[in-house]
Write a protein that binds this ligand. Sequence first.
Ligand code: PMV
Length: 337
Amino acid sequence: MTVSSAPGKVYLFGEHAVVYGEPAIPCAIERRATVSAEARDDDRVRVTAPDLSLDGFTVEYGGDGGGRPDVNVAKGLVEAGIGYVDAAVEQARDALDRPNAGFDVTVESDIPLGAGLGSSAAVVVAGIDAATRELGHPLDAAELADRAYRAEHEVQDGQASRADTFCCAMGGAVRVEGDDCRRIETPNLPFVVGFDGGAGDTGKLVAGVRELREEYGFAAETVENIGDLVRRGEEILADADPGDDPTADLLSELGLLMDFDHGLLEALGVSSRTLDNMVWAAREAGAHGAKLTGAGGGGCIVALDATRETETALRYTAECEDVFRAELAHDGVRVEE
Ligand code: PMV
């Protein structure tokens, strides 16, 4: 049996605009999805994923019963995350030219699902890594990131950038612009995450922004403005000392851009009342800046605050179900002993 894990992420800046070729800066965080894969003698796949649904369940398919899960049957499963596991297994089979490889797969995750922290990307990255290693042929990180992107792209009907999957595979902070993906250095950014207990529908939210952008010139400009603020954020990060604790000035400058980014995302219709309320609670508690992270619609916000004030304030905010500090995860995908 092989066990791999991959981190979730927050977006410092640039979600949604990244879909249209603008740059984005996601940062991996120390909340991980762990996938174990054990090769089987037959060509079936058995997935146990207690953390991918409220109830937890096991699903088995393949072999004589047919190939991949039936689309209708799979609809609920796709929503619950099994679709990502299936897509990961397909990528592993394809990469190693082993179309009939069967696996027992178990998924565990401490990343809230569909909440903007890259839960699906982490499952896909760790799944491909565990399955290919189990067959004795680990992929290098670049191929892993590329295959994970293809898997997400398939499950999300073509609506995915490379940002989440690249970040989960590589760890640290990364910069993604179209196909150009690389790691960047940052100081130790003091992220605080607030979670409203809900989730957003990434496909719907991305499609909503696409429609607005096609219909209204100012929505297209809003997307470009997000790109501009990401470029400004990059310059600020490039001047900072990597690995150090950030200065108050640096946090204020980054925080201002995060606030700006949240405003632009709200204008694009992807925020929600619960996200806005958490963002305001964080700002009023003295956070340097706060914004939604990921697709939006519900889920998580990320704030910058080195003190405990934001955490405490969010803990007492009605809309906030969970709050935690999120350390930058320096390791991307890795094998767990
Ligand atoms: O909510 P998440 O973690 O799946 O992030 C989605 C980010 C988007 O920019 C909205 C879509 C994408 O694929 O980049």
